[in-house]
Design a protein around this ligand. Structure first.
Ligand code: FE2
Length: 286
């Protein structure tokens, strides 16, 4: 599978696969740091935000909209009772952690600025990549939900388009536990939607630019062994199924944009006091 998507064909396919990019030792270290974040996470302050009680919509929007320069924890749907109590252990309840660990946490800064990511960015042709957002994606067994077809440019808009997503398999990702699927070559299709802040900056709106759907044919599963790094062009449609298996499908993602591209102030992610930096600008020098 991976041989089908070499970095040299990234312009054609909009996807590149780097098998064995991250070493087993580095994955062990990453798992440890992710476990530390979750161990230290006190869910009590966040369950109120995600509670389905009337009137919590604004708190939830605000928690998300101000997370671009923070380390925040996001629950899966269905893991809270009507009164806001966690129905499962916090280690099983999370959808993701995001979005600025690469600038706030020395271990994640080192990891995101390590050779595999910097090399992949160069291999797919990025000229002056800036680190935009980092996420731990859990997709826990039996709980991790579906991600419907989308492009990352929809959410992380620059002029001209420049975002590239780097998706790392921490666990083995298979069709059974909800691996990525992509539509190779479809990055040439103009994006069909744009996710923007609403006029009064209190929430978000998905603007439809083209109401048609992506083709049903041509999707390929990007099954990946641990340590495989997958680069996705910002306009490449991708998706994943829910994890209905008993196997976890932990992943880590880093999104980069070009320094010369203009970051839109309509994007949900804003970091007014934290400028974007590149792979060499580690805020935690040793
Ligand atoms: Fe995505």
């Amino acid at each position: 599978m991976s041989a089908l998507f070499p970095a040299s064909d990234f312009t054609t396919n909009g996807v590149a696969v780097f098998p064995g990019a991250v070493s087993e030792d580095a994955l062990v270290g990453l798992r440890k740091e992710i476990a530390r974040l979750v161990d230290d996470f006190d869910p009590s302050g966040v369950t109120t935000v995600f509670s389905t009680d009337e009137g919590q919509g604004h708190a939830r929007d605000d928690y998300f909209l101000t997370s671009g320069d923070k380390t925040r924890f996001f629950f899966e749907d269905g893991v809270l009772s009507e009164t806001g109590d966690l129905l499962v252990d916090k280690h099983q309840a999370l959808n993701k952690i995001g979005h600025a660990m690469h600038d706030l946490d020395p271990a994640f800064s080192d990891f995101c600025r390590s050779y595999p990511f910097a090399n992949a960015a160069a291999e797919v042709g990025m000229a002056n990549p800036q680190l935009l957002q980092s996420m731990v994606i859990f997709k826990n067994p039996g709980i991790g939900g579906e991600v419907t077809p989308h492009t990352d440019h929809t959410f992380l808009w620059t002029e001209p388009q420049s975002v590239i997503g780097f998706w790392l398999a921490v666990d083995e990702a298979t069709q059974e536990n909800g691996c990525l699927w992509a539509l190779p070559g479809a990055h040439t299709i103009p994006v069909k939607s744009r996710f923007v802040r609403n006029a009064d900056n209190t929430g978000t709106v998905m603007q439809t630019l083209d109401a048609t759907s992506y083709p049903d044919e041509g999707w390929v599963p990007l099954e990946a062994a641990p340590g495989t790094l997958i680069a996705l062009h910002g306009t490449l449609p991708h998706r994943s199924e829910p994890n209905t298996s008993a196997k976890s499908r932990l992943a880590f993602t880093l999104h980069c944009i070009e320094a010369e591209a203009e970051w839109s102030d309509k994007n949900w992610l804003q970091r007014p006091d934290m400028p974007f930096t590149g792979f060499l600008a580690n805020p935690f020098p040793k």
